[in-house]
Ligand binder design. Structure first.
Ligand code: ADE
Ligand code: ZN
Length: 322
């Protein structure tokens, strides 16, 4: 059992953390249909493209600052109740715009929910701004410029998510340069839908301190050794990888190999209710399905705090709590 272990999460999309029950309540509030993407209390999708459609549809049912405050507070409450002391939330200004309230109000609402959860449970959280890859370079640059303006004190990182198969990472170098020059932490989704080359390109062009997933680096052992040697931290999401058929089973997942080779890895839920998961379940999977000891899992939590996009005073305070 891992319920007693302290936890930390670096890779969770806040729109992807919206439970179907909460989305159904929002749909009743706005008198909107949900049959196209929710059935019997579960999201309907069968591949990455239809997953993104369900994700975008759920997100559009959060339309005010209070809606997003409720979303953030609800998710962070679940995390706190599972023993989580730190959470980085991936937030998407483009989804704030698509919901009609605008990026600034979207961020303000999320920040209010994060502060309420901190007051109630002591859970520390930060926001990493997402550029959506399949919207193209201009939109990702706009997201980076938005993040670089630091519209909220809890924004501390920049990331690119969305459809990894679209465009080439070199197209997004200007966006990452803007974010890096603004002092934001840099991570990027790579090696999830696309193979080892995608991870290698991310390292070469973006020089991130962390990579979202990165798990298909296992197709090229020299690349796995490079990740280890360069100390790049992998935000591993086992439940997501199995749900999206990146690997056929937990037994086939490379997390155990990565740990045995000395890579820095962390445990994450990505879009928990979409993948019938949660951070608590990811910790449980690591223990029961992948055979990690409590000590190995605690090291992954420590790695997450050490790689978190936070100031050193906050980092030290969090390490004390482990
Ligand atoms: N697993 C995932 N991969 C890429 N982009 C995403 N956006 C939300 N979840 C994602
Ligand atoms: Zn993700």
């Amino acid at each position: 059992m891992t319920q007693h272990l302290k936890k930390a999460e670096l890779h969770c999309h806040i729109e992807g953390a919206a439970a179907p029950q909460l989305v159904l309540a929002q749909a009743r509030k706005y008198n909107e249909p949900t049959e196209s993407f929710i059935r019997d209390g579960s999201y309907i999708w069968n591949d990455f493209t239809t997953f993104l459609h369900a994700y975008d549809s759920a997100s559009k049912l959060f339309r005010t600052e209070e809606d997003f405050a409720l979303l953030a507070e609800t998710y962070l409450t679940e995390l706190a109740e599972a023993g989580t002391i730190f959470s980085e939330l991936f937030v998407s200004p483009d989804h704030g715009e698509a919901s009609g309230l605008g990026a600034e109000a979207y961020i303000r609402g999320l920040g209010a929910g994060m502060e309420r959860a901190r007051q109630r449970f002591g859970i520390e959280s930060r926001m990493t701004v997402i550029g959506v890859r399949h919207l193209g370079a201009e939109r990702v640059i706009a997201a980076a410029e938005f993040a670089a303006r630091r519209p909220h004190p809890l924004i501390s990182g920049f990331n690119m998510a969305g459809d990894e198969r679209m465009f080439h990472v070199r197209d997004f170098v200007p966006a990452f340069d803007i974010a890096r020059d603004a002092g934001l932490g840099i991570t990027i989704h790579a090696g999830e839908l696309c193979g080892a080359y995608s991870v290698r390109d991310a390292l070469d062009y973006v020089k991130p301190s962390r990579i979202g997933h990165g798990v298909r680096a296992v197709e090229d052992m020299a690349l796995v050794e490079r990740i280890r040697d360069e100390g790049v931290v992998l935000e591993v999401c086992p439940g997501s990888n199995i749900a999206l058929s990146v690997f056929p089973s937990f037994k086939a997942h490379p997390l155990r190999l990565f740990v045995d080779m000395g890579l820095k890895v962390t445990l994450n839920s990505d879009d928990p209710p979409f993948f019938h998961s949660s951070l608590a379940r990811e910790y449980e999977i690591a223990s029961t399905e992948m055979g990690f000891s409590d000590q190995e899992i605690n090291q992954m939590t420590r790695t997450a705090i050490e790689a978190a996009f936070v100031d050193e005073e906050t980092r030290n305070r969090l390490l004390q709590r482990l």
